[in-house]
Write a protein that binds this ligand. Structure first.
Ligand code: AMP
Length: 224
């Protein structure tokens, strides 16, 4: 028996957060999004937030040891005992190596890494329209997936806002960071036979269905 430890990989705007939210519901697993954790820390004015804010605003990455500590606590918590969904972590080879060490210590392993492949042009288009609710975490796109009432979350009517780092001048730096530091993880996980690829240009529902079908097959094969 193995637990369902899943990683979502892909460029910013690929739909990792949206898919992670759906999968978290499907499998009743905790969803750990390092970007959300950091944004919350910024809003709360914590030390972590103060340190992360200028880095996030420039499209760079928070130091590996800091983010690894943040995620390590959560993975080891009791709510993650049956599995977890990681969204936005790992983002560098050292983070992936640190995750391997953390999991090995816990006697666990990664079940699958799901790459949501999305070309840069599509990412840029999507990010310009992305809005979210700080209260519910729900993500919308004013062009492709608008809320029922403009500027308001469907769940509770809370205000929809744009992320500071979704401004066009930061997006190209985030994409450059992705290609330089995160894309090498594709090979890292492919070489271990853990990588599964999904076409991020498909609709949210199509990508979700494809991921679920893939996970169902893998679980049958592995007997979990
Ligand atoms: P995201 O919401 O995943 O796009 O993350 C927003 C920003 O938070 C990134 O551009 C980074 O500055 C920072 N961040 C999120 N996850 C990580 C990570 N695993 N390592 C370093 N920085 C991160």
């Amino acid at each position: 028996m193995s637990d369902l430890n899943l990683i979502l990989l892909g460029p910013p705007g690929a739909g990792k957060g949206t898919q992670a939210q759906r999968l978290a519901k499907d499998f009743e697993l905790p969803h750990y999004a390092t970007g959300d954790i950091l944004r919350q820390a910024v809003d709360d004015g914590t030390e972590l937030g103060k340190q992360a804010k200028p880095i996030m605003d420039s499209g760079g990455l928070v130091p590996d040891d800091i983010i690894t500590g943040v995620i390590g606590e959560r993975i080891a918590s009791s709510e993650a005992a049956d599995g977890f969904i990681l969204d936005g972590f790992p983002r560098t080879i050292p983070q992936a190596e640190a995750l391997d060490v953390l999991l090995e210590r816990l006697g666990r392993r990664i079940f699958a890494v799901m790459l949501i492949d999305t070309p840069d042009e599509e990412v840029i288009k999507r990010i310009s329209g992305r809005r979210f609710s700080k209260k519910t975490g729900q993500i919308y796109n004013i062009h492709f997936d608008p809320p029922k009432h403009e500027g308001r979350c469907d769940v509770d009517g809370s205000e929809l806002v744009q992320r500071d780092d979704d401004r066009p001048e930061v997006v190209s730096d985030r994409l450059a960071t992705y290609h330089a530091q995160t894309a090498p993880l594709i090979d890292y996980y492919d070489q271990r036979g853990l990588l599964r690829r999904f076409d991020g240009t498909r609709s949210v529902t199509e990508v979700h269905d494809h991921i679920r079908a893939t996970l169902a097959t893998l679980r049958l094969e592995e007997g979990i």
